[in-house]
Structure formats: structure tokens, C-alpha cells
Design a protein around this ligand. Structure first.
Ligand code: CO8
Length: 258
């Protein structure tokens, strides 16, 4: 499918979704977010996709929600259309693993989009921030909740209250990103990570996502019970038999997503 605000390439079981509004530093408008929701839905259904990478440009992953589109809206419009709710929930409905490959600015909704992915690989030029306070609003796609869980209350409050940006080194130190790589290697490294994931059983990858994400939604005791039940349930799959047999036979497993 052709998109106006995205470039989507599928190769070697990886769907690379590139945000593409270069004139606006990939600001997230309704068009882009609804196209992203469609692209994620398509990738989730497509058997030739086993991992998704979302990226932007060298200068900006995304500089936030589109301020021009929002600035004149009324409360009645925002509430009435439940602004960005359906579009931004799409990422949480995606069952296949999603990596955010972030270079340059990931601000406001851009930072929130990256955090909604399963993990973030950042280039050494990445800058994260929740500067909504400078616009007289708060984050609206999960920033106050997710950033706090990633980096703790003190740093999250600092970021949201001062609107300052965090560089890649600080983001790695504080657990916001899983790794930092040189800017020129960002896509290669993200694709390498995606290729590793693509080798695994898709059933198991989806189970991992459900288990890790459950830790945000429930108590420790319930989360551990959920994980144990998923662990037990995977013994009903051929991929568990194959994975364990391959280990014992000292060979690579051939997973078939069954
Ligand atoms: N929205 C719209 N246009 C933008 C945005 C944006 N968020 N960010 C940059 N642009 C545009 C600029 O207006 C400019 O366009 P033009 O050339 O037509 O004037 C172009 O991109 C280039 O930007 P700059 O000239 O400003 O580039 P600089 O290199 O000087 O600065 C910055 C880069 C620092 C990233 C700067 O552009 C900036 O501060 N951008 C805004 C960052 C921001 O405040 N983001 C938060 C937005 S609010 C938000 O994300 C809320 C999300 C919640 C949604 C809730 C739904 C329920």
C-alpha cells in the first residue's frame, strides 16, 4: 500500500516503517498516525514480517504531535473526537515485536511513540524530551506514565516540568533506551536486532511481549502467575519441542510458529 507520510519496506522478514514528513521534522499529524496504525495492522497480519522497525530521519525521529494541527482545536473537538486515541492505541494492539530506531529529536508525541515500541535503539545524536509544558499542555500519548516507569519519578518530573532534553548517553544510563550506537550504524544495528528476533518462534515472541507488558498492568504476584501460566502453555507448542530438542542435539532450532 502507498502512504503519504510513511515509507514502508519489507525485506528479510523485517518491516521497516520510516516516518516521512521531512518538512515538519516528522511531526505526528492525524494522517501520519492513522497511516501508521494501518501499516502496523498490515505488518501484524503479513506472514512475511516477523519484526517491525519504526524509524525517522537523521535529524528527527519525530518532533512531537503536529502543533499546527492542534493549536486551534477546542476542548469539545479534542474530547469529541477522542483526539489520537484510536491511532495511538494501534501500537499497543500490535502483537509482533516493534523496535524504535531513534536518531535526532524524539520529543513529545515522538518520545511517546518511541516508548510505546517494545524497545528503543538510539543513535548517539538522539535527544529525548517531553517539552509539552512549554506549550501549556501535558503529554497526551502516555508520556507521564511511560517515562516515569522507564526512568523513575525524579527524572520524569524533571523532564516534564522543565521541558529539557535528554541526550543519548543519559537516556541509556537511565534505562530509557536499550542501547546507543553511532548515528551511521543506527539502521544496520536495528535491522540486526530485528533479524535476531525474526529467527525466533513468533508464538514465543508474542508471548514474551504479553508477559513483559503485563508487568506494567498488574501486581508482581499476579504478573509472576501470568508468566508461569504462559510458560506452561508454551509446552503445548511444537516450537517448544523443537527448541529444546535442538539444544539437546546441539543444532540450530527450526521454528515453525506452531
Ligand atoms: N509540530 C509541527 N511542526 C513542527 C513541529 C511540531 N511538533 N516541530 C517542528 N516543526 C516544524 C517547524 O515548525 C518548522 O517548520 P517551518 O519550516 O514550516 O517553520 C520545521 O518543522 C523545522 O523546525 P525548526 O525550524 O523549529 O527546526 P530547529 O532545528 O530550529 O528546531 C526543534 C528543532 C527543537 C525540534 C523545534 O522544532 C521544536 O521545538 N519543535 C517542537 C517540539 C515540541 O514542542 N514537541 C511537542 C509537541 S506537543 C506533543 O507532542 C503532544 C503529544 C500528545 C498528543 C496528545 C493526543 C491525545
Amino acid at each position: 500500500m502507498a502512504y503519504e507520510t510513511l515509507i514502508v519496506e519489507i525485506e528479510d522478514y523485517i518491516a521497516l516503517i520510516r516516518l516521512n514528513r521531512p518538512d515538519a521534522l516528522n511531526a505526528l499529524n492525524s494522517k501520519l498516525l492513522s497511516e501508521l496504525a494501518v501499516a502496523l495492522g498490515e505488518a501484524d497480519k503479513d506472514d512475511s514480517v516477523r519484526c517491525i522497525v519504526i524509524t525517522g530521519s537523521e535529524k528527527a525521529f519525530a518532533a512531537g504531535a503536529d502543533i499546527k494541527e492542534m493549536s486551534e482545536k477546542s476542548f469539545v473537538e479534542m474530547f469529541g473526537e477522542d483526539f489520537f486515541a484510536r491511532e495511538s492505541d494501534a501500537i499497543m494492539r500490535t502483537r509482533k515485536p516493534i523496535i524504535a530506531a531513534v536518531s535526532g529529536y524524539a520529543l513529545g508525541g515522538g518520545c511517546e511513540l518511541a516508548m510505546a515500541c517494545d524497545f528503543i535503539i538510539a543513535s548517539d545524536t538522539a535527544k529525548f524530551g517531553q517539552p509539552e509544558i512549554n506549550l501549556g499542555v501535558v503529554a497526551g500519548i502516555g508520556g507521564t506514565q511511560r517515562l516515569t516507569r522507564f526512568v523513575g519519578k525524579s527524572k520524569s518530573m524533571d523532564m516534564h516540568l522543565t521541558g529539557r532534553f535528554m541526550d543519548a548517553a543519559e537516556a541509556e544510563r537511565s534505562g530509557l533506551v536499550s542501547r546507543v550506537v553511532p548515528a551511521k550504524d543506527l539502521l544496520t544495528e536495528a535491522k540486526k536486532a530485528a533479524a535476531k528476533i525474526a529467527e525466533k518462534s513468533m508464538l514465543t515472541s508474542m508471548a514474551v511481549k504479553e508477559c513483559v507488558n503485563r508487568s506494567y498492568e498488574t501486581t508482581l504476584r499476579e504478573g509472576i502467575l501470568f508468566e508461569r501460566r504462559v510458560f506452561h502453555a508454551l509446552f503445548a507448542t511444537e516450537d517448544q519441542k523443537e527448541g529444546m530438542a535442538a539444544f539437546l542435539e546441539k543444532r540450530q532450532p527450526q521454528f515453525r510458529d506452531r
